[in-house]
Ligand binder design. Sequence first.
Ligand SMILES: [Zn+2]
Length: 138
Amino acid sequence: MPIYEYYCGTCNTIYQFLIRGSRKAEDLQCPKCGKGDLERVMSQFSTSSSKSRSDDEMAADMADVDENDPRSMARAVRRMADEMGEDLGPELEHALGRLEAGEDPEKIEQELEEMGFGEEDGPGGTGAPSPGRDPGLY
Ligand SMILES: [Zn+2]
């Protein structure tokens, strides 16, 4: 069954639509606010990247990473940021540079956390809230 996911910017929510019969994707409206111009969601990751890669390839990249090798981890972070079209920012660039220089990852991680780059969403965190996901099918 063809199920497509569309994102409504007004509601900041992803809705799933069942497309069948004469129903066309262009005719879809947000079930909550009625907005017509919904954005097709291709995957959970950013679609802005010009390179299209499968999830399998991403997984293969990660399998390749040696968690005990700081240089390997730094390389993986850079690669993922590059694929998602994200800018790491000067602090993280600096931290990765130190990882690659062979510094103690735990020490670097601790310093990053003090600057607000912890694993959890702390102050100065990720910025825009990620969209919600409506469990219904429309
Ligand atoms: Zn809406």
